[in-house]
Structure formats: C-alpha cells, structure tokens
Write a protein that binds this ligand. Structure first.
Ligand code: ADP
Ligand code: MG
Length: 700
C-alpha cells in the first residue's frame, strides 16, 4: 500500500481547515479527493457589463467594487446591501438581502466575480443583478482557481463552504503525484478498458479541462467521469460477487425435501389456480431449496401480481421439513393483513400450522408469549415487522426468511438476516420494478425471479386527473360506487414536516367528508399514529365493509388488500412521486369490479414535472414503464433513496442507467477477478470511505 498523505501536511491547508475536515472524518488526501462537486459552473468566459441584456442567460462578470452601502429597513433586522460594480465597459448595481456581513466582504475596490442573471429594476429604469452569487478574489492566484475556468461547486463540508473547499481541493490535487493514491482498479483492467489514469481522472473531475462540454459534465459522461464511474461500479460488483460466492460456499443451514405428498398437500391449500408466472417462480425457488446452498433470491412482481401466495408456499416447504419460517413486512398494517389472510387460507385448507404474530405494538404479555413460542419452536410460522430482528428474538430452528416489499429494507438489514445464527434461506419480494441494470447494481448478490403476469379476471383501472372545479362530480361518482356496494380509499398527502400536522389534515378532511359531504356513510380514518389495535380495528371494519370510505395517509401505500374497494382518490396527487402513485393505485383493481383511480390536483395546480407524472399515470398501468419514467424524472438517488440501497454514496447510478455498456464491462472485469481469487487483494487496499460504502468488514 502506498503511504497515506495526511491533509495537514499539505501546503496551504493550514491547521484550522485540516481540523474542520478531520471532524467529519476526512484526514487523508485520498478521502478528500473523493468528495466530488455536485455541479460545475462555466466561468471560462466573462461577459462585459456593456453586453448584459435584461433576462439574458446567466453570466459571469469580473468586476471591481466602486461603492457599496448597507441599508437597514425600519422593519426590525431586515437589511439590503447594494453595491455598484464595474468593469472597463460600464457599471451595474447588485443587490443582496439580509446579508449584512457583505459590508465587510465587498468593500470598495475589492475584486469580485459575480454570477447571475441581470434584470430591469422594478421601475424599469436600470439593469440590476438581484442576489447574484459572488466571490471575492483576494489574490491573483484565486483567478486561476475560482474563475476563468469551469469551476466545481461543492456542498458544504465540515464547515467549509464551496469556495474554501475548492481552494483546498485544488491545493491537494496539485500536491499529489501519480502513485500517492491507491488505485482500486488493477492496472491491466484500466489499460484494457482504456480508462483515464486515476489521478488525472480525479483532477479532471474537480477541475475539468477547458475543452470539456458542460452538458457532458452534468450528464456525468466526460471521460474522467466514466473512469470514476467504472471504478465505483467495479468495486460494487466485486463486493457483490464476493458476497455471492460466500453464500455459494456456505453450506445451507436447513435441509429440505419436497416429496410428491407435500406437493399434493400444498396444491390443496390453494384458493385459486396459480398463474404461469407464479408457477415458474415457485419452480425456481424449489430448485434453490433442493440445492446445497442457501437460497438468496429476489422476487419482483408488480402490485397485485400475487407474491404472498408464493411466499406462503415457500415457507410451508420449510415448515413441513421441520423448520421455522418468518414473513417480515415493512409496516404493522401489512403484517397484520398478512397474518389474517394467511390464517384464513390455512384454516380453509384445514391445516394446523402454528402461527405467531410479532409486531412492535404487542402488549408486553403477548410479546413475551410470542417470544417464548418462537424460542421453543412451538411457533412454526412467524409473521411480523422488523421488530422481529431486534435483539432478544431467538429462533429454535429458523429455516427461511421472507422479506416482503424489499424496497423498504436496506442492504444492511438484508445482511443482518443471514447473520441470525444459522444461514437461513432468504427470499425478498418487491413490487418496485427495477430496470435490469439497477437490479444488477443493487441486488447483484441475489438471484432474480420475476412474476410478470397478473392473475386473471382483473379489469384494468381507469385513471383520471381531476381539478378542484370538478370535485362535486367526483363526489357524485363516489356516491354511485358506494350505492353499488363498493368501497373507496381517499388518500391525503403528507402536508408538513411534522407528523402532528399531517394527522390534523387527515382528521379534518375525514370530519369534513362525514359532516358536509357523505353524512349517511361510514367514514374511517387510518394514519400512522393510531395504536396497533385501533389500526387493526379500522382495517378490519373496512375489510368487512362496515366502513365505506377510508380516509388514509400513505400508510396504506404498501400491500393493503381489500378486493371490494374499487375507487382510489388521491388528494393533491401532484405532490406524490410516480412510484408512490402506482403503489397507491395498486390498492384497487383487485376484485372483478371496474376500478377507478382519481388523481385530484390541488388549487395551486401542478408544475411541469408533476404534469408529466400525472400524464404517465393516466396513460399506463405498467409498473416497469412507470419505474423508468420515475427514474428519468427524479433520478435514481431520489427513487431509491440512500437509506434504501445502503450503498449510500453511489455517485454514478445515473451513469449506469444511461450507459449499460459501462456496467457490463465493469461487471465482467469484477466477476473475472473474483473468480480468479483476486478480490481480497483489492479490498485490502481500499481506504475507509470505500469500506463504509461497500459495507465491508474492517480488516483486522
Ligand atoms: P402482491 O404481489 O401485490 O403482494 P398479493 O399477493 O397481495 O399481491 O395478491 C393480490 C390479490 O390477488 C390477492 O387478493 C390474492 O389472493 C389474489 N391472487 C393472487 N394470486 C392469484 C391467482 N393466481 N389467481 C387469482 N387470484 C390471485
Ligand atoms: Mg404484497
């Protein structure tokens, strides 16, 4: 390993900045240079004041402060700072609000670079720069770093603002020499794939060469970025390949047999005929169960495709072979619903499987009993929330774990499962359709099965966008549906940051519907803050038809299954993400009745992006199309949320989506290296940041 280069030894950093960075865990040059800019600004060319046009494009100007003054308005604390700035061609006024300290920064004669858009003032008389970004240049050196080039813009780090960080970064990248940084990509791979050498790639990432196209930068497809993206994908794939081969090497904890008698027994249990897709996936699972390695499989299937029965049949194989099985759900509502519907199926089939339910809201005594049953092996099937994996839950003979709605569980939790004593078989189920490339990136350690067919007899859901002016008509429609014996969900969005105010919004809306709109109907209210048993009661009342209209927050987003509900009204639909709308809509269309999804747009209307989302919902019911549109509109970071994939800093997910060739190349190289036994050597060289990102155990 090459020597680490500590930041505090680099010229120009100074003890204060080094300390500030150390406080956020960045002590080595190698760690700092991986803090990438989140955007770049084109400051290659300066615009002259004389060439500024009102409402023209954003411009960079190199100016000197002619005069400046701070005005405090009579309204307490409000300040306006105005400066007259000039270059050789003329002068312009700039205004900043509530930044009184500028008085000390933009002093007379200071040289300042500003970046912004000029507009005519409100009297229509002169051009002003309203709140432009600014940078004071203190020395001629600054000009080479902060202006006259494409400059990186960073998020604040350890108290260092973008500009300070830029200076530090520049100093560090200049001080480093080829060989000072470890290269996680083996030399021969880098050469074979024609990748920019590491230090050069890092330099170009932070301070792009002058001939770089801005659009390439923002799409992360400049050569330096491709090289860094490759590095990231390569390491992730290498880690996944290692994890996979660990699973393959591990002997399974449980031993299963699937004799014909068991097949017949399970077939009798079925309340319906399986779809071909369900059969195919069960066959894949069956093969896993007969092999000598633990199962590690992801089942992907759109909402309503029938994943629950697949899970149940798999769990019963484990149970019939004398092991315990666990079904884990992301919410209590869903866990309770699974428990109810599974108990019904088991009872109807006359089987005597012993089921325990374990959720966070169980009373102490009930919880103790459940834990006892789980610990002494009395419980054969355990259904619960992730409370199941808190300390203190010991299984007698755990054989299989099914994780429902995987997108709510991170990689960490996935790993925690398989470390519960023996190695259980793991089946994770998700309704989030993930494009192949992302699935490989995030779940490359899992085998993939897809249920790509809905059970027969489903009528497609008609989706319409409606506005406030049409609200009465919507209510009339709801009355008709209810009169026909059907039920309705009304989902209200999260309005504020605080749970309390959301609760209020939902409560107020439910009360309004009851009092002013549907006085003769039963209106239920469901939200995340209800106690477990209240939630239960509301859901049961809705399931048995005692409630006609259920007003709910997004707690019902995942998995809730009431076949008689035929209308889903989403209030302020413009505030929801696409995938979320799709999940919500999946709550209806589960029975034979024609179903509707009404997307209500609030009075404020919707933005461009929201309009696209709503249009997509109207046009398609296909989860894959929707997922891809969602990725396109929001980007993978937002769609998968950092806490969800656990690879919290994947900087280049976007690149992967656009450039599958790069993914394939990185994956091939990683697989090849893992097979040749070279993974450990690469991991041993990795610094702390990478270890964290890949969740590798620390080397001891
Ligand atoms: P999801 O994949 O969203 O979890 P569920 O397992 O909740 O879907 O199934 C949705 C509904 O479809 C349930 O009411 C279930 O009983 C029903 N179902 C599942 N498979 C079939 C099938 N093969 N034929 C008919 N109905 C089915
Ligand atoms: Mg489900």
């Amino acid at each position: 390993m090459s020597e680490q280069v500590a930041l505090r030894f680099i010229k120009g950093i100074g003890p204060r900045r080094a300390e500030a960075l150390a406080a956020v865990g960045i002590e080595q040059a190698a760690d700092l240079v991986e803090v990438f800019p989140f955007r770049w600004e084109d400051r290659r060319a300066f615009v002259r004041v004389a060439d500024l046009r009102p409402q023209g494009p954003e411009a960079t100007l190199d100016l000197r402060v002619v005069s400046a003054r701070l005005i405090r308005t009579r309204k307490r604390g409000f300040t306006i700072f105005t400066a007259v700035l000039a270059d050789a061609s003329g002068s312009i006024k700039a205004v900043w609000y509530n930044q009184p300290y500028l008085e000390r920064v933009l002093v007379k004669d200071a040289r300042v670079v500003v970046f912004g858009r000029a507009a005519t003032d409100r009297y229509g008389r002169e051009l002003v720069l309203d709140n432009p970004e600014y940078e004071r240049l203190d020395s001629d050196d600054d000009a080479g770093i902060h202006t006259g080039r494409i400059v990186p813009v960073y998020r604040k780090l350890g108290g260092l603002a973008s500009r300070a960080l830029r200076s530090v970064m520049h100093g560090v990248l200049e001080a480093l020499q080829e060989g000072d940084l470890d290269d996680p990509v083996p030399e021969d791979v880098r050469v074979r794939r024609g990748l920019t050498p590491r230090l050069a790639a890092l330099r170009a990432m932070h301070f792009p060469p002058d001939d770089t196209a801005m659009s390439d930068l923002s799409l992360r497809r400049a050569p330096a970025q491709r090289a860094l993206a490759f590095e990231e994908i390569f390491l992730v794939q290498l880690a996944l390949a290692e994890r996979r081969s660990q699973v393959e090497r591990a002997a399974r904890g449980a031993h299963y047999e699937i004799p014909d008698a068991l097949r017949v027994k399970l077939a009798k249990l079925l309340p319906f005929k399986l779809t071909n897709a369900q059969k195919r996936v069960l066959k894949e699972i069956g093969e896993d169960l007969r092999s000598s390695h633990p199962m590690n499989r992801l089942v992907q299937g759109d909402v309503g495709s029938g994943k629950t029965i697949v899970a149940l049949l798999s769990l019963l194989v484990a149970i019939e072979n004398g092991y315990q099985g666990v079904l884990m759900a992301p919410t209590e509502i869903l866990a309770d619903q699974h428990a109810r519907s599974i108990l019904r199926i088991l009872r109807d089939a006359g089987t005597d499987v012993r089921v325990s339910v374990l959720t966070g809201s169980l009373k102490a005594a009930a919880k103790r009993r459940a834990l006892e049953d789980i610990g002494n092996g009395h419980a054969q099937l355990v259904i619960g929330t992730h409370a199941l994996f808190e300390a203190g839950v010991e299984f007698a003979r755990l054989g299989m774990v099914v994780v429902d709605e995987q997108h709510r569980f991170g990689v960490m939790q996935r790993m925690a499962l398989s470390s519960k004593g023996t190695r259980p078989d793991v089946l994770v189920m998700t309704a989030t359709p993930i494009p192949r490339s992302l699935a490989l990136t995030l779940y490359g350690d899992l085998d993939l099965s897809v249920i790509d067919e809905l059970p027969p007899g489903r009528t497609p859901i008609t989706t319409v966008v409606r506005r406030e002016a049409e609200r009465e008509k919507v209510y009339e429609g709801l009355r008709r549906e209810v009169a026909g014996g059907r039920q309705v969900y009304v989902v209200v969005p999260l309005v504020e940051e605080t749970a309390a105010s959301d609760l209020k919004a939902a409560t107020v809306f439910a009360a309004h519907l009851k009092k002013d709109v549907f006085p003769s109907l039963e209106i239920g209210l469901l939200h995340g803050r209800l106690k477990g048993e209240e939630k239960d009661r509301v859901m049961q009342d809705f399931a048995r038809g005692a409630i006609q209209i259920l007003v709910a927050t997004t707690v019902i987003e995942v998995g809730v299954d009431v076949a008689n509900a035929s209308v889903m009204v989403v209030e302020h639909a413009e505030r929801f993400g696409l995938s979320q709308l799709h999940q919500l809509r999946g709550r209806v269309g589960r029975g034979a009745a024609k179903s509707y999804c009404v997307l209500m747009v609030g009075d404020e209307g919707e933005g461009e992006n929201a309009r696209e989302r709503l249009k997509t919902m109207e046009e398609t019911g296909d989860g894959f199309t929707i997922a891809e549109k969602d990725l396109e509109l929001r980007g993978p970071g937002a769609v998968f949320g950092t806490q969800q994939h656990g690879l919290s800093d994947l900087q280049f997910l976007a690149v992967i989506l656009r450039d599958p060739g790069l993914l394939d190349a990185a994956r091939d190289e990683a697989m090849g290296l893992a097979k040749a036994g070279g993974a450990d050597a690469v991991f041993a060289r990795l610094g702390g940041t990478w270890r964290k990102r890949l969740e590798l155990p620390a080397v001891g």
